[in-house]
Ligand binder design. Structure first.
Ligand SMILES: NC(=O)c1ccc[n+]([C@@H]2O[C@H](COP(=O)([O-])OP(=O)(O)OC[C@H]3O[C@@H](n4cnc5c(N)ncnc54)[C@H](O)[C@@H]3O)[C@@H](O)[C@H]2O)c1
Ligand SMILES: [Fe+2]
Length: 370
């Protein structure tokens, strides 16, 4: 028996951004985005439509911090009109900020209680979210959780509620055409990590796994080519599609050990999320050999039936994208790393992992992580 669920209406394809104003007919909405020229062009299109936004909040910064989210809630509470929808135009940071606002609206006490008192909020009637992703990485447009960073307390939280799935995800690969190289690689690897993490996962099921296999293959077949041809719309579309499959996979399983290892590396060593959550993938892949027949079969479908070579193939793929693959390159001291590993295996996402710490450590040593 298994149970698969994802309620997001996906509207996918080049020029689908043009459909946003149709979706918003008769809605009272705000826009959440970044204050950058690139994003303003999209907000401006909606400003000029027959039903413009009530307000635009464009102060979102990457990796939304608790204090900035409090400010966002404050600003929202000054809206005089009753709002029913949020249009989020941006990557995971913008879409996650939209989820926090959708959940808490003007009530900053709920956010304070959640982040600082660890009180799980009762989320009543959240605002509708129309997500327009611009990064092809996090798949936040297809999940019901938001990452909140509490930099002051060196912490990271996940706000999760079934009511926080966006109503619609409008995925237009043309919006991603100007993504710079570093962001393209990091977000593409984030999608790869989500899909592989949903395979070595206690929550995996046949539907999530089939999306995960599709997603992984699409990233492996297209990301390197895209890194050499950034404005190629066909490759951008394939990576955007990979991200859809990855989202449909891990929205049902959550992530696992690679993500739990990544959070302190992002918080304490400033490594971009997509790199931090993917540099361990070859090691984890190797550590999975002999652990679980079903997961092995699924991993084999990604790597042309050869699991023994999979970890070195994956290392080669990542090396060709010039991402750091060892502790020296990511500048994490070995002692700190050992603590990160211990904590990660004990954490919630670590417990989703069907492998084990001993096999992980032995595979890390044999693959030259230290
Ligand atoms: N909710 C989820 O399901 C989920 C899953 C994984 C990660 N996350 C979170 O998402 C955040 C990371 O999101 P992200 O990787 O999408 O990056 P991001 O949203 O943080 O964006 C990174 C930078 O890229 C720029 N950018 C975005 N789109 C662009 C475009 N099309 N062209 C040029 N520049 C562009 C932005 O201005 C920003 O400065 C992290 O906080 C992470 O924890 C959420
Ligand atoms: Fe991620």
């Amino acid at each position: 028996m298994f149970n698969y669920y994802n309620p997001v209406n996906i509207i996918f394809g080049a020029n689908t951004f043009a459909k946003v104003s149709k979706v918003l007919e008769n809605k009272k909405y705000i826009i959440i985005t970044h204050n950058e020229e690139y994003f303003n062009q999209y907000s401006n299109q909606l400003l000029q439509s027959s039903n413009p936004p009530i307000k635009i909040f464009n102060q979102v910064l990457p990796n939304p911090d608790y204090l900035d989210l409090l400010k966002l809630i404050n600003q929202f509470s000054s809206c005089d009109e009753k709002i029913d929808s949020i249009v989020a135009i941006g990557g995971g940071s913008v879409i996650d900020s939209a989820k926090v606002l959708a959940a808490f609206k003007s009530n900053k006490k709920l956010l304070i209680n959640f982040v600082r008192e660890k009180k799980i909020p009762q989320i009543d009637n959240p605002l509708d979210i129309i997500a327009v992703p611009t990064t092809s990485g996090t798949s936040s447009e297809l999940t019901c959780w938001a990452t909140i960073w509490d930099k002051e307390k060196n912490n990271k939280l996940s706000l999760t509620d079934k009511s926080l799935y966006p109503k619609k995800a409008i995925i237009d690969p043309l919006i991603m055409i100007d993504k710079p190289l570093g962001l393209t690689i990091a977000t593409g690897l984030d999608a790869l990590s989500h899909s592989m993490e949903s395979i070595w996962n206690i929550n995996a099921n046949p539907v999530s796994a089939s999306h995960a296999i599709q997603a992984s293959r699409l990233v492996l077949d297209n990301l390197l080519l895209l890194s050499k041809d950034l404005r190629n719309i066909e490759l951008r579309t394939n990576i955007a599609l990979a991200c859809v499959h990855a989202g449909l996979a891990f929205s049902n399983t959550k992530t696992a050990i690679a993500h739990n290892l990544s959070y302190p590396i992002t918080l304490n060593y400033g490594i971009q999320h997509g790199i931090a959550c993917s540099f361990t993938l070859p090691i984890i892949t190797k550590s999975m050999i002999g652990i679980d027949k079903i997961a092995e079969k699924r991993l084999k479908l990604i790597f042309n039936d050869n699991l023994n070579d999979a970890s070195s193939k994956l290392s080669e793929f990542m090396a060709s994208l010039e991402v750091p693959l060892n502790l020296k390159e990511i500048k994490v001291p070995v002692q700190k790393w050992n603590n990160i590993v211990d904590d990660a295996f004990l954490g919630e996402r670590g417990k989703n992992f069907i492998g084990n710490k001993e096999a992980f450590i032995s595979s890390a040593k044999s693959m030259g992580l230290y």
